[in-house]
Design a protein around this ligand. Structure first.
Ligand SMILES: Nc1ncnc2c1ncn2[C@@H]1O[C@H](COP(=O)(O)OP(=O)(O)OP(=O)(O)O)[C@@H](O)[C@H]1O
Ligand SMILES: [Mg+2]
Length: 594
Protein backbone atom coordinates (compact mmCIF):
# COMPACT_ATOMS: atom_id res chain seq x y z
CA UNK A 1 0.00 0.00 0.00
CA UNK A 2 2.63 2.50 1.02
CA UNK A 3 4.97 1.78 -1.85
CA UNK A 4 2.19 2.09 -4.39
CA UNK A 5 1.17 5.46 -2.96
CA UNK A 6 4.65 6.91 -3.20
CA UNK A 7 5.86 5.26 -6.39
CA UNK A 8 7.26 7.54 -9.07
CA UNK A 9 5.17 7.56 -12.25
CA UNK A 10 1.68 8.16 -10.96
CA UNK A 11 -0.58 9.66 -13.55
CA UNK A 12 -2.15 12.13 -11.10
CA UNK A 13 1.19 13.88 -10.58
CA UNK A 14 1.15 15.48 -14.04
CA UNK A 15 -2.60 15.84 -14.39
CA UNK A 16 -3.84 19.34 -15.29
CA UNK A 17 -7.57 19.56 -15.97
CA UNK A 18 -7.25 23.11 -17.32
CA UNK A 19 -4.73 21.97 -19.94
CA UNK A 20 -6.47 19.04 -21.63
CA UNK A 21 -4.10 18.80 -24.61
CA UNK A 22 -1.04 18.75 -22.42
CA UNK A 23 -2.60 16.32 -19.98
CA UNK A 24 -3.65 13.96 -22.76
CA UNK A 25 -0.22 14.19 -24.35
CA UNK A 26 1.41 13.25 -21.07
CA UNK A 27 -1.03 10.40 -20.42
CA UNK A 28 -0.78 9.00 -23.94
CA UNK A 29 2.93 9.71 -24.09
CA UNK A 30 3.35 6.60 -21.97
CA UNK A 31 1.94 4.60 -24.88
CA UNK A 32 3.78 6.39 -27.67
CA UNK A 33 5.11 3.12 -29.07
CA UNK A 34 1.63 1.69 -29.55
CA UNK A 35 0.35 4.89 -31.11
CA UNK A 36 3.21 5.15 -33.60
CA UNK A 37 2.79 1.51 -34.57
CA UNK A 38 -0.94 2.10 -34.96
CA UNK A 39 -0.31 5.03 -37.31
CA UNK A 40 1.98 2.84 -39.39
CA UNK A 41 -0.53 -0.03 -39.57
CA UNK A 42 -3.25 2.43 -40.47
CA UNK A 43 -1.44 3.66 -43.56
CA UNK A 44 -1.00 0.09 -44.77
CA UNK A 45 -4.40 -1.20 -43.82
CA UNK A 46 -6.22 1.66 -45.55
CA UNK A 47 -4.14 1.38 -48.71
CA UNK A 48 -7.11 0.04 -50.74
CA UNK A 49 -8.82 3.41 -50.37
CA UNK A 50 -6.08 5.15 -52.28
CA UNK A 51 -4.95 2.24 -54.46
CA UNK A 52 -8.48 1.57 -55.71
CA UNK A 53 -8.84 4.91 -57.58
CA UNK A 54 -5.41 4.43 -59.11
CA UNK A 55 -6.32 0.92 -60.28
CA UNK A 56 -9.63 2.17 -61.65
CA UNK A 57 -7.79 4.88 -63.55
CA UNK A 58 -5.27 2.37 -64.88
CA UNK A 59 -7.99 -0.01 -66.00
CA UNK A 60 -9.89 2.72 -67.83
CA UNK A 61 -6.69 4.00 -69.40
CA UNK A 62 -5.78 0.51 -70.57
CA UNK A 63 -9.18 -0.05 -72.11
CA UNK A 64 -9.31 3.38 -73.73
CA UNK A 65 -5.79 3.22 -75.15
CA UNK A 66 -5.75 1.25 -78.39
CA UNK A 67 -2.80 -1.08 -79.02
CA UNK A 68 -1.79 -1.63 -75.39
CA UNK A 69 -1.30 -5.13 -73.98
CA UNK A 70 -4.67 -5.15 -72.28
CA UNK A 71 -4.69 -8.66 -70.77
CA UNK A 72 -1.34 -8.33 -69.03
CA UNK A 73 -2.09 -4.85 -67.70
CA UNK A 74 -5.52 -5.86 -66.39
CA UNK A 75 -4.14 -8.93 -64.63
CA UNK A 76 -1.37 -7.00 -62.97
CA UNK A 77 -3.78 -4.38 -61.69
CA UNK A 78 -6.17 -7.04 -60.43
CA UNK A 79 -3.34 -8.80 -58.57
CA UNK A 80 -2.25 -5.59 -56.88
CA UNK A 81 -5.82 -4.91 -55.85
CA UNK A 82 -6.31 -8.36 -54.34
CA UNK A 83 -3.11 -8.08 -52.31
CA UNK A 84 -4.09 -4.60 -51.16
CA UNK A 85 -7.48 -5.85 -50.07
CA UNK A 86 -6.43 -9.06 -48.33
CA UNK A 87 -3.67 -7.44 -46.26
CA UNK A 88 -6.40 -5.33 -44.68
CA UNK A 89 -7.54 -8.24 -42.51
CA UNK A 90 -4.30 -8.84 -40.54
CA UNK A 91 -3.32 -5.17 -40.64
CA UNK A 92 -6.65 -3.99 -39.30
CA UNK A 93 -6.34 -6.51 -36.50
CA UNK A 94 -2.83 -5.30 -35.62
CA UNK A 95 -3.95 -1.70 -35.85
CA UNK A 96 -6.92 -2.16 -33.53
CA UNK A 97 -4.71 -4.08 -31.15
CA UNK A 98 -2.30 -1.17 -30.69
CA UNK A 99 -5.11 1.38 -30.37
CA UNK A 100 -6.77 -0.87 -27.80
CA UNK A 101 -3.56 -1.34 -25.80
CA UNK A 102 -3.19 2.42 -25.47
CA UNK A 103 -6.85 3.23 -24.85
CA UNK A 104 -7.60 0.42 -22.39
CA UNK A 105 -4.45 1.11 -20.41
CA UNK A 106 -5.22 4.79 -20.16
CA UNK A 107 -8.79 4.01 -19.12
CA UNK A 108 -7.61 1.67 -16.35
CA UNK A 109 -4.86 4.06 -15.22
CA UNK A 110 -7.28 6.97 -15.01
CA UNK A 111 -9.75 4.97 -12.93
CA UNK A 112 -6.96 3.67 -10.70
CA UNK A 113 -5.71 7.21 -10.18
CA UNK A 114 -9.19 8.39 -9.20
CA UNK A 115 -9.62 5.48 -6.80
CA UNK A 116 -6.22 6.14 -5.20
CA UNK A 117 -7.02 9.81 -4.86
CA UNK A 118 -10.44 9.16 -3.35
CA UNK A 119 -8.77 7.08 -0.66
CA UNK A 120 -6.47 9.98 0.19
CA UNK A 121 -8.98 12.80 0.20
CA UNK A 122 -10.19 14.12 3.51
CA UNK A 123 -13.55 13.06 4.89
CA UNK A 124 -14.62 16.70 4.68
CA UNK A 125 -14.18 16.51 0.88
CA UNK A 126 -16.74 13.72 0.70
CA UNK A 127 -19.19 15.58 2.93
CA UNK A 128 -19.10 18.48 0.51
CA UNK A 129 -19.23 16.41 -2.69
CA UNK A 130 -22.37 14.83 -4.04
CA UNK A 131 -22.01 11.04 -4.20
CA UNK A 132 -23.50 10.85 -7.68
CA UNK A 133 -21.02 13.37 -9.05
CA UNK A 134 -18.09 11.30 -7.81
CA UNK A 135 -19.54 8.17 -9.31
CA UNK A 136 -19.93 9.95 -12.64
CA UNK A 137 -16.26 10.85 -12.62
CA UNK A 138 -15.15 7.28 -12.09
CA UNK A 139 -17.54 5.85 -14.65
CA UNK A 140 -18.94 8.28 -17.22
CA UNK A 141 -16.11 10.80 -17.44
CA UNK A 142 -13.43 8.17 -17.92
CA UNK A 143 -15.60 6.64 -20.61
CA UNK A 144 -15.88 10.01 -22.36
CA UNK A 145 -12.10 10.43 -22.30
CA UNK A 146 -11.72 6.92 -23.72
CA UNK A 147 -14.27 7.65 -26.43
CA UNK A 148 -12.48 10.84 -27.31
CA UNK A 149 -9.07 9.18 -27.55
CA UNK A 150 -10.39 6.44 -29.79
CA UNK A 151 -12.08 9.02 -32.00
CA UNK A 152 -8.93 11.13 -32.10
CA UNK A 153 -6.67 8.27 -33.00
CA UNK A 154 -8.92 6.11 -35.14
CA UNK A 155 -10.73 8.93 -36.93
CA UNK A 156 -7.69 11.18 -36.98
CA UNK A 157 -5.36 8.57 -38.44
CA UNK A 158 -7.84 7.46 -41.07
CA UNK A 159 -8.62 11.02 -42.15
CA UNK A 160 -4.96 11.97 -42.24
CA UNK A 161 -4.09 8.91 -44.32
CA UNK A 162 -6.90 9.66 -46.76
CA UNK A 163 -5.93 13.31 -47.21
CA UNK A 164 -2.20 12.65 -47.45
CA UNK A 165 -2.45 9.76 -49.88
CA UNK A 166 -4.92 11.61 -52.14
CA UNK A 167 -2.76 14.73 -52.20
CA UNK A 168 0.48 12.86 -52.82
CA UNK A 169 -0.91 10.75 -55.67
CA UNK A 170 -2.58 13.75 -57.26
CA UNK A 171 0.67 15.70 -56.99
CA UNK A 172 2.37 12.84 -58.79
CA UNK A 173 -0.21 12.15 -61.50
CA UNK A 174 -1.73 15.61 -62.10
CA UNK A 175 -0.09 18.28 -59.95
CA UNK A 176 -2.08 21.13 -61.52
CA UNK A 177 -5.30 19.56 -60.34
CA UNK A 178 -4.29 20.30 -56.75
CA UNK A 179 -5.44 23.87 -57.39
CA UNK A 180 -8.95 22.56 -58.13
CA UNK A 181 -8.90 20.65 -54.81
CA UNK A 182 -7.70 23.72 -53.01
CA UNK A 183 -10.75 25.67 -54.18
CA UNK A 184 -13.46 23.02 -54.19
CA UNK A 185 -12.69 21.05 -51.02
CA UNK A 186 -13.06 23.97 -48.58
CA UNK A 187 -16.30 25.08 -50.26
CA UNK A 188 -17.84 21.60 -50.27
CA UNK A 189 -16.70 20.73 -46.76
CA UNK A 190 -17.71 24.13 -45.38
CA UNK A 191 -21.20 23.69 -46.78
CA UNK A 192 -21.54 20.20 -45.34
CA UNK A 193 -20.22 21.22 -41.95
CA UNK A 194 -22.68 24.10 -41.89
CA UNK A 195 -25.58 21.80 -42.74
CA UNK A 196 -24.66 19.09 -40.29
CA UNK A 197 -24.04 21.68 -37.56
CA UNK A 198 -27.69 22.59 -37.53
CA UNK A 199 -28.55 18.89 -37.51
CA UNK A 200 -26.36 18.44 -34.47
CA UNK A 201 -28.22 21.14 -32.62
CA UNK A 202 -31.46 19.26 -33.19
CA UNK A 203 -29.84 16.08 -31.92
CA UNK A 204 -28.61 17.84 -28.80
CA UNK A 205 -32.05 19.24 -27.96
CA UNK A 206 -33.51 15.79 -28.34
CA UNK A 207 -30.83 14.21 -26.15
CA UNK A 208 -31.61 16.73 -23.42
CA UNK A 209 -35.26 15.73 -23.56
CA UNK A 210 -34.25 12.07 -23.25
CA UNK A 211 -31.93 12.78 -20.33
CA UNK A 212 -34.55 14.73 -18.48
CA UNK A 213 -37.01 11.90 -19.10
CA UNK A 214 -34.65 9.28 -17.68
CA UNK A 215 -34.05 11.43 -14.63
CA UNK A 216 -37.80 11.68 -14.17
CA UNK A 217 -38.26 7.92 -14.55
CA UNK A 218 -35.57 7.27 -11.93
CA UNK A 219 -37.21 9.77 -9.61
CA UNK A 220 -40.58 8.17 -10.18
CA UNK A 221 -39.29 4.69 -9.29
CA UNK A 222 -37.61 5.99 -6.16
CA UNK A 223 -40.82 7.69 -5.11
CA UNK A 224 -43.12 4.69 -5.68
CA UNK A 225 -43.51 3.70 -2.00
CA UNK A 226 -44.33 7.32 -1.11
CA UNK A 227 -46.59 7.67 -4.14
CA UNK A 228 -48.45 4.51 -3.16
CA UNK A 229 -48.72 5.57 0.46
CA UNK A 230 -50.27 8.89 -0.59
CA UNK A 231 -52.47 7.32 -3.29
CA UNK A 232 -50.89 9.73 -5.75
CA UNK A 233 -50.50 7.22 -8.61
CA UNK A 234 -52.71 9.20 -10.98
CA UNK A 235 -50.73 12.39 -10.44
CA UNK A 236 -47.48 10.56 -11.17
CA UNK A 237 -48.88 8.90 -14.28
CA UNK A 238 -50.19 12.23 -15.57
CA UNK A 239 -46.84 13.91 -14.92
CA UNK A 240 -44.95 11.12 -16.65
CA UNK A 241 -47.36 11.07 -19.58
CA UNK A 242 -46.81 14.79 -20.18
CA UNK A 243 -43.08 14.19 -20.27
CA UNK A 244 -43.38 11.24 -22.64
CA UNK A 245 -45.54 13.38 -24.92
CA UNK A 246 -42.93 16.10 -25.11
CA UNK A 247 -40.21 13.52 -25.83
CA UNK A 248 -42.36 12.18 -28.66
CA UNK A 249 -42.88 15.64 -30.13
CA UNK A 250 -39.20 16.49 -29.92
CA UNK A 251 -38.31 13.16 -31.56
CA UNK A 252 -40.81 13.78 -34.38
CA UNK A 253 -39.43 17.27 -35.02
CA UNK A 254 -35.93 15.80 -35.10
CA UNK A 255 -36.92 13.10 -37.60
CA UNK A 256 -38.46 15.69 -39.95
CA UNK A 257 -35.43 17.89 -39.70
CA UNK A 258 -33.16 14.88 -40.31
CA UNK A 259 -35.18 13.94 -43.36
CA UNK A 260 -34.85 17.41 -44.86
CA UNK A 261 -31.23 18.09 -43.98
CA UNK A 262 -30.14 14.56 -44.78
CA UNK A 263 -31.53 14.94 -48.29
CA UNK A 264 -30.11 18.42 -48.82
CA UNK A 265 -26.68 17.37 -47.57
CA UNK A 266 -26.58 14.28 -49.72
CA UNK A 267 -27.64 16.08 -52.88
CA UNK A 268 -25.22 18.96 -52.26
CA UNK A 269 -22.39 16.57 -51.88
CA UNK A 270 -23.29 14.56 -54.98
CA UNK A 271 -23.43 17.79 -56.97
CA UNK A 272 -19.91 18.66 -55.86
CA UNK A 273 -18.75 15.12 -56.71
CA UNK A 274 -20.29 15.44 -60.17
CA UNK A 275 -18.86 18.94 -60.42
CA UNK A 276 -15.36 17.66 -59.83
CA UNK A 277 -15.85 14.99 -62.51
CA UNK A 278 -17.15 17.55 -64.98
CA UNK A 279 -14.42 20.06 -64.16
CA UNK A 280 -11.79 17.31 -64.58
CA UNK A 281 -13.32 16.22 -67.88
CA UNK A 282 -13.49 19.79 -69.17
CA UNK A 283 -9.90 20.53 -68.15
CA UNK A 284 -8.84 17.35 -69.90
CA UNK A 285 -10.97 17.98 -73.00
CA UNK A 286 -9.75 21.55 -73.45
CA UNK A 287 -6.21 20.34 -72.74
CA UNK A 288 -5.79 23.01 -70.04
CA UNK A 289 -4.55 20.13 -67.89
CA UNK A 290 -3.66 17.15 -70.05
CA UNK A 291 -5.37 14.22 -68.31
CA UNK A 292 -6.04 10.67 -69.39
CA UNK A 293 -9.67 9.51 -69.17
CA UNK A 294 -8.99 7.21 -66.24
CA UNK A 295 -7.28 9.95 -64.28
CA UNK A 296 -10.35 12.15 -64.54
CA UNK A 297 -12.31 9.42 -62.72
CA UNK A 298 -9.51 8.91 -60.19
CA UNK A 299 -9.36 12.61 -59.34
CA UNK A 300 -13.08 12.75 -58.70
CA UNK A 301 -12.64 9.80 -56.30
CA UNK A 302 -9.90 11.65 -54.49
CA UNK A 303 -12.02 14.73 -54.26
CA UNK A 304 -14.71 12.72 -52.50
CA UNK A 305 -12.16 11.06 -50.28
CA UNK A 306 -10.59 14.37 -49.14
CA UNK A 307 -13.98 16.00 -48.56
CA UNK A 308 -15.09 13.00 -46.52
CA UNK A 309 -11.93 13.15 -44.43
CA UNK A 310 -12.41 16.84 -43.69
CA UNK A 311 -16.00 16.07 -42.76
CA UNK A 312 -14.87 13.26 -40.52
CA UNK A 313 -12.52 15.60 -38.64
CA UNK A 314 -15.34 18.11 -38.22
CA UNK A 315 -17.58 15.34 -36.87
CA UNK A 316 -14.99 14.48 -34.25
CA UNK A 317 -15.36 17.89 -32.62
CA UNK A 318 -18.35 17.21 -30.32
CA UNK A 319 -16.71 14.05 -28.98
CA UNK A 320 -13.49 15.97 -28.40
CA UNK A 321 -15.28 18.82 -26.65
CA UNK A 322 -17.09 16.35 -24.44
CA UNK A 323 -13.84 14.51 -23.73
CA UNK A 324 -12.15 17.76 -22.73
CA UNK A 325 -14.99 18.58 -20.35
CA UNK A 326 -14.46 15.18 -18.77
CA UNK A 327 -10.71 15.72 -18.51
CA UNK A 328 -11.53 18.86 -16.54
CA UNK A 329 -14.12 17.09 -14.42
CA UNK A 330 -11.69 14.30 -13.51
CA UNK A 331 -9.18 17.01 -12.58
CA UNK A 332 -11.53 18.12 -9.82
CA UNK A 333 -10.64 14.89 -8.03
CA UNK A 334 -7.09 14.31 -9.18
CA UNK A 335 -6.07 17.89 -8.40
CA UNK A 336 -8.10 18.52 -5.28
CA UNK A 337 -5.71 19.80 -2.63
CA UNK A 338 -8.08 18.55 0.06
CA UNK A 339 -6.11 15.44 0.94
CA UNK A 340 -5.36 14.14 4.37
CA UNK A 341 -1.75 15.12 4.91
CA UNK A 342 -0.12 11.95 6.17
CA UNK A 343 2.98 11.41 4.09
CA UNK A 344 6.23 11.83 5.97
CA UNK A 345 4.58 12.18 9.37
CA UNK A 346 5.52 10.14 12.42
CA UNK A 347 4.19 6.59 12.50
CA UNK A 348 2.77 5.23 15.72
CA UNK A 349 3.62 1.68 16.64
CA UNK A 350 1.70 1.78 19.86
CA UNK A 351 -1.19 3.75 21.36
CA UNK A 352 -1.99 4.03 25.07
CA UNK A 353 -5.10 6.09 24.58
CA UNK A 354 -4.43 9.27 26.52
CA UNK A 355 -6.03 12.38 25.05
CA UNK A 356 -5.34 15.96 25.93
CA UNK A 357 -7.51 18.63 24.34
CA UNK A 358 -5.92 22.05 24.63
CA UNK A 359 -8.32 24.89 23.99
CA UNK A 360 -9.64 23.13 20.87
CA UNK A 361 -11.94 25.04 18.57
CA UNK A 362 -13.53 23.86 15.35
CA UNK A 363 -15.48 25.75 12.71
CA UNK A 364 -16.93 24.00 9.64
CA UNK A 365 -16.03 25.47 6.30
CA UNK A 366 -18.57 28.03 5.22
CA UNK A 367 -19.98 28.58 8.70
CA UNK A 368 -19.24 31.42 11.06
CA UNK A 369 -20.01 30.07 14.48
CA UNK A 370 -17.63 27.50 15.90
CA UNK A 371 -19.19 24.07 16.39
CA UNK A 372 -16.68 23.45 19.18
CA UNK A 373 -15.19 26.28 21.22
CA UNK A 374 -12.54 26.52 23.92
CA UNK A 375 -12.60 22.79 24.51
CA UNK A 376 -10.04 21.73 27.13
CA UNK A 377 -10.05 18.26 28.65
CA UNK A 378 -7.82 15.41 29.70
CA UNK A 379 -8.90 11.82 29.09
CA UNK A 380 -6.96 9.06 30.85
CA UNK A 381 -6.01 5.82 29.05
CA UNK A 382 -8.75 3.25 29.57
CA UNK A 383 -11.31 5.79 30.70
CA UNK A 384 -14.89 5.67 29.46
CA UNK A 385 -16.15 9.13 28.66
CA UNK A 386 -19.78 9.60 27.75
CA UNK A 387 -20.63 12.63 25.65
CA UNK A 388 -24.19 13.88 25.91
CA UNK A 389 -26.03 17.05 25.07
CA UNK A 390 -28.81 18.46 22.93
CA UNK A 391 -28.92 17.94 19.17
CA UNK A 392 -26.40 20.17 17.40
CA UNK A 393 -24.26 20.52 20.53
CA UNK A 394 -21.14 19.30 18.73
CA UNK A 395 -20.93 15.65 19.82
CA UNK A 396 -20.35 14.19 16.36
CA UNK A 397 -17.95 17.02 15.61
CA UNK A 398 -15.88 16.04 18.64
CA UNK A 399 -15.83 12.40 17.45
CA UNK A 400 -14.67 13.52 13.99
CA UNK A 401 -11.79 15.39 15.59
CA UNK A 402 -10.85 12.36 17.67
CA UNK A 403 -10.82 10.22 14.52
CA UNK A 404 -8.77 12.85 12.70
CA UNK A 405 -11.49 13.26 10.04
CA UNK A 406 -11.29 16.96 10.78
CA UNK A 407 -8.41 18.93 12.22
CA UNK A 408 -8.89 21.56 14.96
CA UNK A 409 -9.24 25.12 13.67
CA UNK A 410 -7.74 26.28 16.95
CA UNK A 411 -5.77 24.67 19.74
CA UNK A 412 -4.47 21.14 19.51
CA UNK A 413 -5.16 17.57 20.49
CA UNK A 414 -2.36 15.53 22.03
CA UNK A 415 -2.51 11.75 21.76
CA UNK A 416 -0.16 10.08 24.24
CA UNK A 417 1.67 13.41 24.22
CA UNK A 418 1.99 13.66 20.39
CA UNK A 419 0.27 16.48 18.55
CA UNK A 420 -2.28 14.73 16.30
CA UNK A 421 -1.30 17.14 13.52
CA UNK A 422 2.17 15.66 13.48
CA UNK A 423 1.33 11.96 13.24
CA UNK A 424 0.39 9.72 10.37
CA UNK A 425 -3.31 9.30 11.14
CA UNK A 426 -3.42 5.97 9.32
CA UNK A 427 -0.98 4.49 11.81
CA UNK A 428 -3.08 5.84 14.70
CA UNK A 429 -6.37 4.55 13.29
CA UNK A 430 -5.06 0.99 13.33
CA UNK A 431 -5.65 1.24 17.07
CA UNK A 432 -9.12 2.72 16.79
CA UNK A 433 -12.46 0.92 16.70
CA UNK A 434 -15.67 2.64 15.65
CA UNK A 435 -19.27 1.59 16.03
CA UNK A 436 -21.83 4.02 14.71
CA UNK A 437 -25.58 4.24 14.53
CA UNK A 438 -25.65 2.95 10.98
CA UNK A 439 -23.51 -0.11 10.32
CA UNK A 440 -21.94 -0.15 6.89
CA UNK A 441 -21.51 -3.62 5.48
CA UNK A 442 -20.26 -4.36 1.98
CA UNK A 443 -21.08 -7.12 -0.44
CA UNK A 444 -18.95 -10.06 0.66
CA UNK A 445 -18.84 -12.85 3.21
CA UNK A 446 -19.50 -12.29 6.85
CA UNK A 447 -15.87 -13.15 7.57
CA UNK A 448 -14.61 -10.50 5.14
CA UNK A 449 -16.93 -7.95 6.67
CA UNK A 450 -15.61 -8.65 10.14
CA UNK A 451 -11.94 -8.87 9.19
CA UNK A 452 -12.20 -5.72 7.06
CA UNK A 453 -8.64 -4.54 6.52
CA UNK A 454 -7.16 -7.20 8.83
CA UNK A 455 -5.18 -10.22 7.65
CA UNK A 456 -4.06 -13.63 8.86
CA UNK A 457 -6.58 -13.86 11.63
CA UNK A 458 -7.73 -17.42 12.40
CA UNK A 459 -11.44 -18.27 12.39
CA UNK A 460 -11.28 -19.17 16.08
CA UNK A 461 -10.51 -15.53 16.81
CA UNK A 462 -13.34 -14.34 14.55
CA UNK A 463 -15.73 -16.64 16.37
CA UNK A 464 -14.46 -15.35 19.71
CA UNK A 465 -15.14 -11.82 18.61
CA UNK A 466 -18.64 -12.78 17.48
CA UNK A 467 -19.29 -14.49 20.80
CA UNK A 468 -18.13 -11.43 22.72
CA UNK A 469 -20.35 -9.33 20.51
CA UNK A 470 -23.34 -11.53 21.46
CA UNK A 471 -23.64 -12.45 17.80
CA UNK A 472 -22.60 -16.11 17.91
CA UNK A 473 -26.10 -17.45 18.33
CA UNK A 474 -27.59 -15.85 15.20
CA UNK A 475 -24.50 -16.51 13.10
CA UNK A 476 -24.83 -20.21 13.84
CA UNK A 477 -28.30 -20.12 12.34
CA UNK A 478 -27.03 -18.67 9.07
CA UNK A 479 -26.81 -21.24 6.24
CA UNK A 480 -23.08 -20.88 5.57
CA UNK A 481 -21.88 -19.51 8.90
CA UNK A 482 -18.91 -17.19 8.39
CA UNK A 483 -19.05 -17.80 4.65
CA UNK A 484 -22.57 -16.44 4.34
CA UNK A 485 -22.66 -13.73 1.72
CA UNK A 486 -23.99 -10.50 3.08
CA UNK A 487 -25.96 -8.71 0.38
CA UNK A 488 -25.65 -5.05 -0.41
CA UNK A 489 -25.42 -3.12 2.82
CA UNK A 490 -26.53 -6.16 4.77
CA UNK A 491 -30.10 -5.90 3.51
CA UNK A 492 -31.20 -9.19 5.04
CA UNK A 493 -29.93 -8.53 8.55
CA UNK A 494 -31.82 -6.72 11.27
CA UNK A 495 -30.51 -3.49 12.75
CA UNK A 496 -29.41 -5.23 15.94
CA UNK A 497 -27.67 -8.02 14.04
CA UNK A 498 -25.76 -5.56 11.92
CA UNK A 499 -24.77 -3.63 15.00
CA UNK A 500 -23.38 -6.74 16.65
CA UNK A 501 -21.37 -7.52 13.52
CA UNK A 502 -19.99 -4.00 13.74
CA UNK A 503 -19.04 -4.64 17.36
CA UNK A 504 -17.29 -7.87 16.36
CA UNK A 505 -15.49 -5.89 13.64
CA UNK A 506 -14.28 -3.44 16.28
CA UNK A 507 -13.37 -6.21 18.76
CA UNK A 508 -11.21 -8.19 16.36
CA UNK A 509 -8.95 -5.20 15.89
CA UNK A 510 -8.37 -5.13 19.63
CA UNK A 511 -8.46 -1.33 19.56
CA UNK A 512 -6.96 0.95 22.22
CA UNK A 513 -9.44 3.70 21.44
CA UNK A 514 -13.11 3.06 20.93
CA UNK A 515 -15.66 5.44 19.51
CA UNK A 516 -19.33 4.63 19.88
CA UNK A 517 -21.51 7.22 18.19
CA UNK A 518 -25.11 6.41 19.10
CA UNK A 519 -24.29 2.76 18.64
CA UNK A 520 -27.53 1.54 20.19
CA UNK A 521 -29.97 4.28 19.34
CA UNK A 522 -31.55 2.42 16.43
CA UNK A 523 -32.43 -0.61 18.52
CA UNK A 524 -35.46 -1.63 20.53
CA UNK A 525 -35.06 -2.17 24.28
CA UNK A 526 -34.51 -5.95 24.09
CA UNK A 527 -31.86 -5.79 21.36
CA UNK A 528 -30.32 -2.80 23.04
CA UNK A 529 -29.79 -4.82 26.22
CA UNK A 530 -28.02 -7.56 24.22
CA UNK A 531 -25.88 -5.08 22.33
CA UNK A 532 -25.20 -3.09 25.50
CA UNK A 533 -23.66 -6.06 27.32
CA UNK A 534 -21.51 -6.69 24.26
CA UNK A 535 -20.43 -3.06 24.29
CA UNK A 536 -19.64 -3.15 28.03
CA UNK A 537 -17.32 -6.07 27.29
CA UNK A 538 -15.79 -4.18 24.38
CA UNK A 539 -15.06 -1.08 26.43
CA UNK A 540 -12.99 -2.78 29.14
CA UNK A 541 -9.42 -1.50 29.26
CA UNK A 542 -9.81 0.85 26.29
CA UNK A 543 -10.22 4.57 26.11
CA UNK A 544 -13.84 4.87 25.06
CA UNK A 545 -15.89 7.79 23.83
CA UNK A 546 -19.63 7.13 23.82
CA UNK A 547 -22.16 9.45 22.30
CA UNK A 548 -25.65 8.61 23.40
CA UNK A 549 -29.03 10.25 23.43
CA UNK A 550 -30.53 7.64 25.71
CA UNK A 551 -28.89 8.48 28.99
CA UNK A 552 -29.71 5.09 30.52
CA UNK A 553 -26.95 3.63 28.36
CA UNK A 554 -24.20 5.80 29.80
CA UNK A 555 -24.83 5.43 33.53
CA UNK A 556 -21.80 3.15 33.83
CA UNK A 557 -19.40 5.61 32.21
CA UNK A 558 -16.46 6.85 34.29
CA UNK A 559 -17.30 10.44 33.48
CA UNK A 560 -20.02 12.23 31.64
CA UNK A 561 -19.30 15.26 29.50
CA UNK A 562 -22.26 17.49 28.79
CA UNK A 563 -21.83 19.59 25.67
CA UNK A 564 -23.99 22.58 24.91
CA UNK A 565 -23.57 24.81 21.86
CA UNK A 566 -20.02 23.62 21.29
CA UNK A 567 -18.83 24.18 24.84
CA UNK A 568 -18.42 22.05 27.93
CA UNK A 569 -21.48 22.67 30.11
CA UNK A 570 -20.65 20.09 32.76
CA UNK A 571 -18.29 17.23 33.38
CA UNK A 572 -18.08 14.69 36.17
CA UNK A 573 -19.15 11.29 37.45
CA UNK A 574 -22.78 10.41 36.73
CA UNK A 575 -23.84 10.52 40.42
CA UNK A 576 -22.05 13.78 40.95
CA UNK A 577 -23.80 15.43 38.00
CA UNK A 578 -27.20 14.18 39.08
CA UNK A 579 -26.71 15.68 42.51
CA UNK A 580 -25.50 18.97 41.08
CA UNK A 581 -28.88 19.42 39.39
CA UNK A 582 -27.52 21.01 36.19
CA UNK A 583 -28.20 20.33 32.51
CA UNK A 584 -27.48 16.60 32.86
CA UNK A 585 -29.89 16.26 35.76
CA UNK A 586 -32.55 18.10 33.76
CA UNK A 587 -31.98 15.86 30.70
CA UNK A 588 -32.24 12.79 32.96
CA UNK A 589 -35.42 14.08 34.48
CA UNK A 590 -36.89 14.47 30.98
CA UNK A 591 -36.02 10.86 30.21
CA UNK A 592 -37.19 9.79 33.72
CA UNK A 593 -33.88 8.33 34.77
CA UNK A 594 -32.89 8.46 38.40
N1 LIG B 1 -20.57 19.43 7.57
C1 LIG B 1 -21.02 20.47 8.28
N2 LIG B 1 -20.95 21.71 7.75
C2 LIG B 1 -21.38 22.77 8.44
N3 LIG B 1 -21.89 22.71 9.68
C3 LIG B 1 -21.98 21.52 10.28
C4 LIG B 1 -21.56 20.34 9.60
N4 LIG B 1 -21.78 19.29 10.43
C5 LIG B 1 -22.31 19.80 11.54
N5 LIG B 1 -22.44 21.13 11.47
C6 LIG B 1 -22.94 22.03 12.52
O1 LIG B 1 -22.14 21.87 13.66
C7 LIG B 1 -22.93 21.85 14.82
C8 LIG B 1 -22.63 20.62 15.64
O2 LIG B 1 -23.05 19.49 14.89
P1 LIG B 1 -22.85 18.00 15.40
O3 LIG B 1 -23.18 17.11 14.27
O4 LIG B 1 -21.52 17.88 16.02
O5 LIG B 1 -23.98 17.91 16.51
P2 LIG B 1 -24.39 16.66 17.41
O6 LIG B 1 -24.18 17.07 18.80
O7 LIG B 1 -23.71 15.44 16.95
O8 LIG B 1 -25.96 16.59 17.11
P3 LIG B 1 -26.90 15.29 17.03
O9 LIG B 1 -27.19 14.91 18.45
O10 LIG B 1 -28.13 15.81 16.34
O11 LIG B 1 -26.19 14.26 16.26
C9 LIG B 1 -24.37 21.97 14.37
O12 LIG B 1 -24.77 23.31 14.58
C10 LIG B 1 -24.34 21.65 12.91
O13 LIG B 1 -25.27 22.42 12.23
MG1 LIG C 1 -24.38 13.64 15.97
Amino acid sequence: MKTSLSSGDLLERSYRGDKPWRTLASIYGRHAKSLILAAFYNVIKSSPTWIMPVITANVINIVSTPGANAARGLLLNAAVMVVALVQNIPMHWLYMREISIAARNVEAQLRAAIVRRLQLLSIAFFKNARGGALQTKVLRDVEAVDQMSRTLFDGGYTAATAILSSVIITAYRAPKFLVVFLIMVPVASGLRIFLSGSLRKGNRDFRREIESMSAQVLGMIEMIPITRAHAAEETEIARMTRKLGSVKDAGFRLDLRNALFGGVTWVTFQIFGMGSLIVGAWLSYTKIIPLQVGDVVMLSYFFTSISNAVMQIANMMPTITKGFESVRSIGEILESPDIEQNLGKAQLSNVRGEFLFENVGFTYRGTKRGSLRGFTLEVRPGETLAVVGPSGAGKSTLMNLILGFERPSEGRILLDGHDMNAIDLRSYRRFVGVVTQETLLFHGTLRENILYGGHNIPDSQVLDALRNANAAEFIEKLPDGLNTIIGDRGARLSGGQKQRIAIARALIRNPRVLILDEATSALDTASEAVVQTALDRLMKGRTTFIVAHRLSTVRNADRILVLDEGQIAEIGQPRELLERGGLYARLCAMQQIG
